[in-house]
Design a protein around this ligand. Structure first.
Ligand SMILES: Cc1ncc(COP(=O)(O)O)c(C=O)c1O
Length: 466
């Protein structure tokens, strides 16, 4: 990210021709984009061949890193030679898509019994599909008034009209005329930020469940269809749930016959140290949405897994209407399915889950080594995902003035030191590829530590921090 890109460089052409998502287009026009030309393990390289360790796995997704995976190439090529495309409408399916559905239903059973897999191309689409399934189901069950959906402040579920409405981040709604009707947001369960003085973590979790119950009572339990939630809230700043939270929340949902949709788009496929985030936190979802690490991000593919109860409602209604009239041209695309299936085989054969469990203590130890740093308020993490929340005053937990952009500035400095991370306001998020070695994890933090030291110097020079 140079301040003025060389003429005709990729960076310059990027600013001329490419509109990015989640980007300040004014800045991109001026600075040019950060263009990546190749990858190797957890590293990516820009057009000047400068190396960066991507500590966020791209967008929390490149589980196997960015290097060449011959087996995945071979699987994709085999599929292209054999059947490059077929669809899943009107009872048809590519064979490989059936294999992947079978595999995912088996894997999901580690968290909760699931009956069928429906395929999409992105996490956003998967959550939009789940919304439509739930509405369709409740119409089929003769309860057309039970349609409202609960998500959480700071939850992230995507950007399409439905999933973007569920997302609890104001910027995703602002000027997009979102959220749509019938979407409710309940409290964000971030104990460090929202716990009251003297309140225990368990008491905070109880208060979160009581607040959910109060919301349901206010709206009318008969009007609430489902709650969408990530086991760990990723893009909201890696917010791990307080102890006993999921147990208490699920009790409330069960009482009112409200479905639980576990958004496993980030947590799924071993990120939290188990196959599913739902396992890590004892969640028993009725529906699971997943994407990202499903294919180690090497091909766009996502899935919605549904329980037998949900399936039966959809099945019966589709029989009544003559069709479950929801479908996407590329649902279960055979090349994407072949890549996802091969990815799952690689995870198993290379024992990636064992590796994550072995390396997570190193990751968490490194993360916790910042706990005493004067700029660090909270350290949070589980498995291979974590965050450091930067604060101005450790005692009062007062944050920095947002106009200082402390988090984004730190990320820029880190970028110069060759590590790519993600700021969510002043929380710095870490989510390295699952294949990182101990040395690479330590290297990521070494580069970050330099950036943090420079940020501290900069803040001192502004007389903002001690
Ligand atoms: C938990 C969660 N759900 C859904 C999505 C949306 O997925 P996609 O960007 O593939 O549409 C994301 C993306 O980061 C996510 O983190």
């Amino acid at each position: 990210m140079t301040s003025s890109p060389k003429p005709n460089s990729f960076a310059a052409r990027d600013s001329q021709y490419h509109l990015h998502g989640y980007t300040n287009a004014v800045k991109n026009e001026k600075d040019g984009g950060f263009v990546v030309v190749r990858g190797d393990g957890p590293f990516v390289y820009d057009e000047n061949d400068k190396e960066y360790l991507d500590g966020l796995s791209g967008l929390w997704c490149a589980a196997l890193g960015f290097g060449k995976e011959q087996r995945i190439i071979d699987a994709a090529v085999r599929q292209m030679e054999n059947l490059p495309y077929y669809h899943t409408f009107t009872q048809k399916a590519p064979a490989v898509t059936v294999e992947l559905a079978e595999k995912l239903v088996a894997l999901a059973s580690q968290a909760a019994p699931m009956s069928k897999a429906y395929f999409c191309n992105s996490g956003s689409e998967a959550n939009d599909t789940a919304i439509k399934m739930i509405w369709y189901l409740n119409n089929a069950l003769g309860r057309p008034q039970k349609k409202k959906l609960i998500a959480r402040v700071k939850g992230y579920h995507g950007v399409t009209v439905g999933s973007g409405s569920l997302t609890g981040l104001p910027l995703v709604h602002k000027d997009f005329d979102l959220p749509i009707a019938n979407i409710l947001h309940t409290d964000c369960p971030h104990y460090y930020r929202f716990g009251k003085p003297g309140e225990s973590e368990e008491d905070f979790a109880t208060r979160m469940a009581e607040s959910l119950e109060a919301l349901i009572q206010r709206e009318g339990p008969d009007t609430i269809a489902a709650m969408f939630a990530e086991p760990v809230m990723g893009a909201g700043g890696v917010l791990t749930p307080p102890r006993t939270y999921w147990e208490k929340i699920q009790k409330v949902l069960k009482k009112h016959d409200i479905l639980l949709v576990a958004d496993e788009v980030i947590c799924g496929f071993m990120r939290t140290g188990n196959q599913w985030g739902s396992q890590t936190y004892g969640m028993k979802p009725d529906i699971m949405t997943m994407a990202k690490q499903l294919s180690a991000a090497q091909m766009p593919i996502a899935a919605v897994l549904i329980s037998q109860r949900v399936y039966e409602g959809l099945r019966d209604n589709s029989g009544k209407h003559g069709s479950f009239a929801h479908g996407i041209t590329y649902s279960g695309h055979p090349i994407a399915a072949a890549v996802a299936l091969e990815t799952q085989k690689i995870y198993e054969e290379r024992k990636i889950l064992d590796h994550v469990r072995a390396i997570a203590p190193v990751f968490l130890e490194e993360l916790r080594s910042f706990a005493d740093h004067p700029l660090v308020g909270e350290v949070r993490g589980i498995g291979l995902i974590g965050a450091l929340e930067l604060i101005k005053d450790k005692k009062t937990r007062e944050g920095f003035d947002p106009s200082l952009s402390v988090g984004p500035n730190l990320i820029r400095i880190a970028h110069d030191h060759g590590v790519i991370l993600r700021p969510v306001a002043d929380s710095i998020c870490f989510c390295p590829p699952l294949i990182c070695t101990e040395g690479q994890i330590r290297e990521m933090f070494k580069r970050f530590r330099k950036a943090l030291a420079e940020t501290q110097e900069w803040l001192k020079s502004q007389a903002v921090a001690a």
